[in-house]
Design a protein around this ligand. Structure first.
Ligand SMILES: O=C[C@H](O)[C@H](O)[C@H](O)COP(=O)(O)O
Length: 231
């Protein structure tokens, strides 16, 4: 088997740690992205080799395909509206467990699944830990509302960039048929406040600030550390 590079090994270690929380009988949210993919593959192997008895709810078309390939039985949120655990990646995390997600344009479904889960577990490599969240915040936007959303984001001090495909590809379209924009606010002092303000913009379907993580597993090449929400 090919040796993993430093950050891939770190992602895998974090995903392995999160998967230890998954037990027989659970309904599991299956996140999107390269780190969540390690968890999906690992759970699939446990289903195959140990008969792990779980059902999965994927957060994207890509995760659904991977889960099918790895033999995880899937259900819809309509069938299992309350999940036991959700395992997902993130693009940036601060020490108060605020996240920016949506680097893969999947944050709308990811937020629905995370909020449907009793335990929301985030898996990252150590490079994603930051003092302040600062990367552009992905937003999913109804195409009809694009200009209004751009103006409202500007009023909040942000600058919107339409996310485009490569080369001659057009705009990136989400699994829900909407456009994706990335909004630069610089360093974000209060993620909770910005989250509230973005949520109030008509036509902005969902944004990538998450404030509801329960546990973050931070993978390093040689270990895993964790942050847990104090209740
Ligand atoms: O839309 C994508 C998701 O929010 C991903 O979970 C996030 O971008 C992290 O992805 P990765 O683990 O590939 O860095």
């Amino acid at each position: 088997m090919k040796e993993l590079s430093g950050s891939e090994l770190a992602k895998k270690r974090a995903a392995e740690k999160a998967c230890e929380l998954v037990k027989d009988g659970m309904a599991v949210g299956l996140g999107t992205g390269s780190t969540a993919a390690y968890a999906i593959r690992l759970l699939g192997r446990r289903v195959r080799d140990e008969g792990l008895d779980i059902v999965g709810v994927p957060t994207s078309y890509a995760s659904e395909e991977l889960a099918i390939e790895y033999g995880i039985p899937l259900v819809s949120l309509a069938e299992r509206p309350e999940l036991d655990i959700d395992i997902d990646g993130a693009d940036q995390v601060d020490a108060s467990l605020n996240l920016i997600k949506g680097g893969g344009a999947a944050h709308t479904r990811e937020k629905v699944v995370a909020c449907s889960s009793r335990l929301f577990v985030v898996v990252i490599d150590d490079k994603k830990m930051k003092d302040l969240l600062s990367r552009p915040v992905p937003i999913e936007v109804l195409p009809y509302a694009r200009r209004l959303v751009e103006r409202k984001v500007a009023e909040l001090g942000g600058r919107c960039m339409m996310r485009m495909g490569t080369g001659k590809d057009g705009p990136i379209i989400s699994d829900n048929g909407n456009i994706i924009m990335d909004c630069d606010f610089g360093p974000i002092e209060s993620p909770a406040l910005l989250s509230q303000k973005l949520s109030a913009i008509p036509g902005l379907v969902e944004h990538g600030i998450f404030t509801n993580a329960d546990i973050v597993y931070i993978g390093y090449e040689d270990r895993v550390e964790s942050l847990e929400r104090k209740r």
